[in-house]
Write a protein that binds this ligand. Structure first.
Ligand SMILES: O=C(O)CCC(=O)C(=O)O
Length: 228
């Protein structure tokens, strides 16, 4: 690539990132105060409730809309490998930066925090009210360290122990609000399944039913080298 062309592309990308996420020195820049909360009883499970400001959430929704993945209403999932959209790189950087700023114990173990790229695979899911996802442990073709960002409707995700011989089996609910980030590694990634109840009327938090609208989730993962 010619030098001018490279410079032009760089400027184009910077303008694009600015249009999606604004200037890096504005209020949307990750603050030291972004709070990562360890989830009691599940090693390696962390929740960052206010990971994205309201403005960043709407910018991200617009960026996803522009991808055109869900123009056809029968489509509810999009996947990308390797070449991720710019907004996904910005998200990944924000995850790395806020985790590094959060102090010890770090929500993301060093060997994951320091890898490059942090993620190279993306899934965007779109859920209508009453839709969910079966309990699952992510495939072993993905490395440790999985991030899920939530946009739109809140929902309750359940984490359940996968080792049925481990007595007693456990099921832990976690409220995922708009703009939140969940990060799982180690125990949480390998020994717990996660899922979202599918039936309408089954999104209950502290005894109250959550009002459901459309929810968009962004899952970021890294493929194991041997499967690339
Ligand atoms: O939508 C979510 O919050 C979870 C997504 C997920 O677990 C997956 O796509 O494997």
């Amino acid at each position: 690539m010619e030098e001018d062309e490279g410079e032009e592309l760089l400027q184009h990308n910077q303008r694009l990132l600015q249009s999606i996420f604004g200037d890096s020195d504005d209020d949307d820049a990750p603050a030291d105060a972004t709070i990562w909360q360890p989830i009691e009883g599940i090693d390696g499970l962390w929740l960052c409730n206010e990971f994205l400001t309201a403005d960043l959430q709407s910018d991200l929704l617009v960026a996803i809309e522009k991808e055109g993945w869900f123009r056809d209403e029968t489509q509810n999932q999009a996947m990308r490998f390797g070449d991720l959209p710019n907004w996904a790189h910005v998200l990944a950087n924000r995850i790395r930066e806020t985790a590094a700023l959060s102090g010890r114990p770090y929500p993301i173990p060093d060997h994951i925090l320091g890898r490059d790229p942090l993620f190279d695979q993306l899934i965007v899911n779109s859920y209508a009210p009453g839709e969910g996802i079966c309990n699952h442990v992510d495939l072993m073709r993905f490395e440790d360290g999985i991030a899920i960002v939530s946009l739109g409707s809140p929902c309750v995700m359940h984490f359940s122990t996968v080792d049925r011989s481990a007595a007693p089996p456990r099921r832990v609910p976690l409220m995922l609000s708009a703009g939140s980030l969940v990060f799982m590694s180690g125990e949480a990634r390998y020994n717990w399944a996660h899922g979202i109840d599918r039936r309408p009327g089954f999104q209950i938090w502290h005894g109250l039913e959550i009002h459901q609208t459309r929810r968009i989730s962004i899952t970021l993962r890294k493929l194991c080298i041997s499967t690339q």
